[in-house]
Design a protein around this ligand. Structure first.
Ligand SMILES: NC(=O)c1ccc[n+]([C@@H]2O[C@H](COP(=O)([O-])OP(=O)(O)OC[C@H]3O[C@@H](n4cnc5c(N)ncnc54)[C@H](OP(=O)(O)O)[C@@H]3O)[C@@H](O)[C@H]2O)c1
Length: 325
């Protein structure tokens, strides 16, 4: 396997730009190609990040033999189709969160990765940051005993704009899939799959969930209390409550740089813009010939997608393009 991994970026929106910057802060990554739906955007993106190959089609990017790994950065309803296109052309894929629109799509994507024996990972970037690595180590050592409860919120205030993908059902809009997924993922990392879910949401005028509260009950009685919003600023904190103390992940917890362990603050800085860590994990796995990451395994991505489906089901919220399990 080559030491230098040749990346392609599929889609040229806001997160694609951040990821391109993140890649520049890794070693042994070469951003060789970008694919867009239009030539203008492909050229503009390629010029901005000095990318030699630019395509006015996702298909051309996916079939380029000079590309090893593709980062999929399109809105959620296209993750499944775009990822499968790349996997079928034997490209490894790092796919943005939420991994898919629903569990059914996620299953198809993972099935394809397994059939093609090709790497696939959900780009849940928070998990790979140094503070989260340290948090997992502290929990494994039992520093706060047995974790019994967790609270996490991810909410911000934005103005209603039907053109914005956040408020557009056709583009998978709503708080849960955009930012609530971080809180569900944190709960999954700490407690695993829930056994029971209770939730209420406020569905706004464009039909998307503008804010919601979610309660997850886990097998040993552990509880996660999660809030998510796109119309309300929340404290953006996470707290883990154990039998022998608490750990707080300071705001904004999904870009963690400080954790407070039993009242004692620890600063855990990160390098680059943070997106470099997920890229490094993807490259490490890809080089090792693995088809999944142990830090963000397929089974866990599927379980998170299942929870997101079950939450939306309680609100009767479906997306126009989705098919059910
Ligand atoms: N990890 C994070 O921190 C983070 C942050 C923000 C977003 N995200 C995730 O990343 C994904 C993209 O979000 P974003 O904020 O970057 O979105 P965005 O700015 O709207 O960009 C999405 C890009 O996808 C492509 N695309 C393909 N079909 C499209 C369609 N029908 N409508 C609009 N764009 C389409 C476009 O690129 P071309 O025109 O070049 O084809 C567009 O520039 C979402 O799934 C989101 O949840 C992750």
């Amino acid at each position: 396997m080559p030491e230098v991994i040749r990346w392609g970026i599929l889609g040229t929106g806001s997160i694609a730009k951040k990821f391109a910057q993140g890649l520049a802060d890794t070693t042994e990554a070469d951003l060789v190609a970008v694919g867009s739906r239009t030539k203008e955007k492909a050229d503009a993106f390629a010029d901005q990040f000095q990318i030699p190959i630019r395509y006015a089609s996702y298909q051309d990017l996916a079939t380029d033999p000079k590309v090893d790994l593709v980062y999929v950065a399109t809105p959620h309803p296209f993750h499944c189709e775009n990822t499968i296109l790349c996997l079928e052309n034997r490209k490894g894929v790092l796919c943005e969160k939420p991994f898919a629109l629903n569990h059914r799509e996620a299953k198809l994507m993972i099935k394809t990765a397994r059939e093609q024996n090709t790497f696939l990972m959900e780009a849940m970037w928070t998990r790979f940051m140094p503070a989260m690595v340290q948090l997992r180590q502290l929990l494994a050592k039992g520093v706060i005993g047995e974790v019994r409860m967790l609270t996490a919120d991810f909410g911000f205030r934005s103005e209603v704009n039907p053109e914005n993908r956040l408020f557009n059902l056709e583009l998978g809009g709503g708080a849960l899939l955009d930012v609530g997924v971080y809180t569900v993922s944190l709960s999954s990392m700490v407690f695993g799959q829930p056994s029971q879910i209770a939730t209420l949401a406020d569905i706004g005028q464009t039909g998307v969930d503008e804010q919601a509260g979610v309660l997850l009950l886990h097998n040993q009685g552990q509880i996660s209390i999660l809030n998510t919003a796109i119309r309300t600023n929340t404290p953006q904190e996470a707290m883990l409550m154990g039998t022998e103390g608490q750990i707080k992940i300071e705001s904004p917890w999904w870009i963690p740089t400080r954790i407070t362990v039993k009242g004692e603050m620890h600063d855990i800085p990160f390098e680059g813009n943070g997106y470099n860590y997920e890229a490094m994990e993807a490259m490490k796995c890809f080089r090792a010939g693995q088809i999944e990451s142990q830090i963000m395994p397929h089974q866990e991505t599927l379980s998170i997608m299942k929870s997101l489906d079950q939450i939306r089901q309680q609100w009767n919220l479906t997306y126009p393009s989705e098919q059910k399990d």
